[in-house]
Design a protein around this ligand. Structure first.
Ligand code: MEV
Length: 327
């Protein structure tokens, strides 16, 4: 048996625009999802996933692995046990974490060298097969971990540290594919206006990159506030998100915004350390749930195994250009 885990994620800046080729900033969180895998000799795939609403992504990841790596499933069955620190409701990216962890677990179990870039690509293909839409930023976070700048299809650069975010959950699940399609409809109607919004969001991501590299959280907060205005213009905010965001700002946060597709899921805020508690109380006052989350978690990794493993099947950590603080 091998157990592999992959982290959830939080979008810091750049959502929606990243679907149209602009950069975004994403961090992996310490809430993780694990996949334990062992061979089964009945040639079938067995999935035990009580916390996962549906196992489409697991099934698709298993098929993708056997299709691309050429092992006949009728000879080699597999038993998978999925456990998670978070539910699919909160928008931490359970589908991407489960796809990435399943692929890495199978690579190790079936002694197949697959590097992290290939795991990323296979998991991204699984997502596109199922959802048709999405930038893959969540898969990048689950695969590579840490805090990264990402542009559709590839991680661009990384940071040496995370961001001390305060995270509030609205209590409602967002429907990401629907929200992506709503933005696409708006773009079809007002192409120039929406492209200008994406460009503005992209500028804020570039500013945010410098702020994260230098640890200037006040400036990052400003980029978050500006981004939220553009996301509101795109029509993806909600009343609950707005009241949590304005509550956080009134309580002293430097900045606050929705994180992810919008419509529900989570919002994030950044605040001086001595205002953190006030901000958290304000989120509760606004009807939200404060999530205990640390950023900059490690990407997909082996948790335990009861057989010897060839190092190549662990994946080679990708070296991504490290963002330095501007001098
Ligand atoms: C959803 O969490 C973020 C979006 O940008 C979609 C994506 O990048 O796949 C809206």
């Amino acid at each position: 048996m091998i157990t592999v885990s992959a982290p959830g994620k939080l979008m810091i800046l750049g959502e929606h625009a990243v679907v149209y080729g602009r950069p975004c900033l994403v961090t992996a969180v310490d809430q993780r999802l694990s996949v334990s895998a062992e061979r089964s000799d009945d040639g079938k795939t067995h999935v035990d996933a009580p916390q996962v609403k549906e196992t489409r992504f697991v099934d698709a990841a298993v098929s993708k692995f056997f299709q691309t790596k050429g092992k006949a499933l009728d000879q080699t069955g597999v038993r998978l046990k999925i456990r998670s620190d978070f539910t699919h409701q909160v928008g931490f990216g359970s589908s991407s974490a489960v796809s990435v962890a399943t692929l890495r677990a199978l690579a190790i179990l079936f002694d197949t060298p697959v590097d992290d870039d290939e795991i990323f690509q296979l998991a991204y293909d699984v997502t596109l097969d199922i959802q048709r839409v999405g930038s893959g930023f969540d898969i990048a976070a689950a695969t590579y971990g840490g805090t990264i700048a990402y542009q559709k299809g590839r991680p661009v650069s990384s940071f040496s540290h995370g961001v001390p975010l305060i995270v509030g959950y609205t209590g409602t699940k967002a429907d990401t594919p629907t929200l992506i399609r709503e933005v696409a409809a708006k773009r079809a109607l007002y192409p120039e206006k929406v492209e200008r919004i994406f460009d503005a969001i992209s500028d804020l991501v570039n500013q945010g990159k410098k702020s994260i590299a230098s640890g200037d959280w006040e400036l990052l907060g400003k980029a978050m506030n500006f981004t939220q205005e553009y996301l509101r213009d795109l029509g993806v905010s909600s009343e609950k998100l707005e009241s949590m965001i304005s509550g956080a700002k009134k309580a002293g946060a430097w900045g606050a915004k929705l994180s992810g597709a919008g419509g529900g899921d989570c919002m994030i805020a950044i605040a001086p350390e001595d205002k953190r508690e006030d901000v958290e109380n304000a989120l509760v006052q606004a009807g939200g749930i404060v999530m205990d989350v640390t950023t900059h978690s490690r990407g997909v990794r082996v948790e335990s195994r009861d057989f010897p493993v060839a190092p190549a099947t662990y994946g080679v950590p990708r070296t991504i250009f490290l963002e330095q603080a501007p001098s």
